[in-house]
Design a protein around this ligand. Structure first.
Ligand code: CA
Ligand code: CA
Ligand code: CA
Ligand code: CA
Length: 231
C-alpha cells in the first residue's frame, strides 16, 4: 500500500512542477552595472562577459557555415547585450544578413511573425538581422513586412565570437522577450534552440529585464495558499 501511495504522491508533485509553457526552455535575467559591458566595432574585449551564465548550448555540427554553439545575454539601464559563440569557420562569416535574431517582445505568439505556415515557436515582433533592427508590420501573417528601424553596435572579430548591443528603447522597452536564433545558410539552416521550428509547441528562450508584477502576485498567492493549508 505504501508504494502505491508513494507513486500517487510523486505523480501529483510532477503535475504541479510542469512548466506553464512547455516550449519555454530557459528564462534568464542578468542585470549588470552601467558601463560594465563594452560593445563597439574593433573592440574584441570579451572579459565583460565573465560570470554571465550561458543559455543551454546548441549542438555543434548541426549547421553549415554559421553554426551556433552558445549565447549569453545581459542588460543594464539602457541596453540589452548579446554574445554569440559559433563553431570554427573555414572562411569568416561576417555578421550580416544570414544572422537572424527573432524577438517576441510582448511574449505573445499571436502577434508578429511566426514563419511560413507558422513553423516558428514565437511570434516575433522584432527581427535583428546582423546589425539591422526591424519591427514587424502588418496585422496578419498574410499581409506583413519588416520595417527597418536602424543599425546597432556590434563587434564580429573573430566572426565566431560576436557581441551585439541593443538599446532597450529600440525594441519597445519590453519587460521581457522570447527569442530564437537562425542562420539562413544553405543547404542547412541553423536554428537555436533546435526545437524553434516546432510551431506553437516549439521551443524558445526567454530573457527578463524587469520581473513581471504578475509573477510576484502568483508567488504571494502561493505563499498565502501554503499558509492557509497549514492552519
Ligand atoms: Ca565586450
Ligand atoms: Ca549549432
Ligand atoms: Ca509577439
Ligand atoms: Ca541548432
Amino acid at each position: 500500500m505504501r508504494k502505491v501511495l508513494g507513486f500517487a504522491l510523486m505523480g501529483a508533485v510532477m503535475a504541479v512542477a510542469a512548466p506553464v509553457n512547455a516550449g519555454l526552455l530557459e528564462n534568464q535575467s542578468n542585470p549588470v552595472a552601467n558601463g560594465v559591458m563594452t560593445v563597439a566595432p574593433g573592440n574584441n574585449d570579451r572579459s565583460d562577459w565573465n560570470g554571465i551564465p550561458f543559455y543551454q548550448a546548441d549542438p555543434t555540427g548541426d549547421a553549415a557555415a554559421i553554426d551556433y554553439e552558445q549565447v549569453q545575454i545581459a542588460h543594464d539601464d539602457t541596453n540589452v547585450y548579446m554574445h554569440f559563440l559559433f563553431a570554427p569557420q573555414a572562411s569568416p562569416m561576417f555578421f550580416g544578413f544570414m544572422h537572424n535574431l527573432f524577438l517576441d517582445t510582448d511574449l505573445n505568439r499571436g502577434t508578429g511573425f511566426i514563419g511560413g505556415g507558422g513553423f516558428m515557436s514565437i511570434g516575433a515582433d522584432f527581427l535583428i538581422q546582423g546589425t539591422s533592427n526591424h519591427s514587424f508590420v502588418g496585422a496578419t501573417q498574410e499581409t506583413w513586412g519588416w520595417n527597418w528601424l536602424g543599425g546597432l553596435a556590434w563587434d564580429d572579430f573573430p566572426t565566431t565570437d560576436i557581441e551585439l548591443k541593443i538599446p532597450r528603447a529600440a525594441i519597445g522597452s519590453p519587460d521581457a522577450f522570447d527569442l530564437i536564433l537562425n542562420a539562413a545558410t544553405a543547404p542547412i539552416e541553423e536554428y537555436y534552440p533546435d526545437g524553434a521550428t516546432g510551431g506553437a509547441a516549439g521551443d524558445f528562450f526567454r530573457y527578463t529585464i524587469v520581473p513581471e508584477p504578475a509573477s510576484i502576485a502568483l508567488l504571494s498567492m502561493g505563499v498565502f495558499g501554503i499558509a492557509r493549508r497549514r492552519r
